[in-house]
Design a protein. Structure first.
Length: 239
């Protein structure tokens, strides 16, 4: 089952669902909408009328990306809706055409990551500055968290349901890119293994980016928090 958080993504919903259906047939999709003022939820409901595998979790306010993913994951686990969960963005930056590849890898790998930073991966329509910042941020996150993943800020990620049950989702309080890092960090600490495969990330063509200074600062702080946890854990073992 896919989980896709949305906020003001009305124009992307129909193209996204069309590409998912072309690539992955009737794979269930759970949209989590934060009361988008542009009518995103209404567009999802319109598609629901003819597609029984489109689901909507409508939230009353703008809770944020991380909490949307957490709420969706908890719902799927609590109701035993699927054996795996795949999180993806609504802006068409993650290629739905690679869903069959991810689903196949999830049969044997607890966590599967569509990665820009393994051989064959990359990003389209990025200037040199954006490439440098993204690569540097991922290197920084990997070194400080100790997680053996090349793309720590990847948002196209699949999880076996059983591996999600090994962590406490309520303890993951980050939003934005930090949520993506914190999920990987906590799963690594729980003993999960990771499998990365290459994707080409495509910059959004419709709608507005949700990136903000707050998200940037949170993303810079989390690896430091993770490093402190690692040091405390090491000291408790040697003390």
């Amino acid at each position: 089952m896919l989980i896709i958080p949305t906020y003001n993504e009305r124009d992307n919903i129909a193209p996204l669902v069309g590409r998912i259906r072309s690539a992955a047939g009737n794979e269930p999709v759970l949209f989590v909408d934060d009361n988008s003022p542009d009518g995103t939820a209404d567009e999802i409901r319109r598609i629901q009328a003819t597609d029984a595998n489109i689901h909507l979790l409508a939230r009353p306010g703008k809770g944020g990306y991380g909490s949307a993913c957490r709420d969706a994951m908890k719902k799927i686990l609590h109701e035993n809706l699927a054996d795996y969960v795949i999180q993806s963005d609504a802006d068409l930056s993650h290629p739905p055409e690679l869903l069959p590849r991810m689903i196949d890898l999830l049969k044997t790998s607890p966590v599967v990551i569509g990665s820009r930073y393994v051989a064959g991966g990359g990003a389209q329509n990025w200037d040199v500055r954006r490439r440098f910042l993204s690569f540097g941020a991922n290197l920084y996150a990997r070194l400080f968290t100790g997680v053996p993943v090349h793309d720590m800020t990847a948002g196209f990620v699949g999880y076996q349901a059983d591996v999600l049950r090994k962590i406490n989702l309520d303890e993951i309080g980050s939003e934005g890119y930090a949520f993506l890092m914190e999920m990987k960090f906590n799963l690594h600490r729980a003993g999960a293994s990771f499998r990365e495969f290459p994707i080409i990330f495509c910059e959004r063509e419709a709608g507005k980016s949700k990136f903000s200074r707050k998200i940037l600062l949170e993303g810079m702080r989390f690896p430091l928090r993770a490093l402190k946890k690692r040091i405390r854990q090491r000291d408790s073992r040697t003390g």
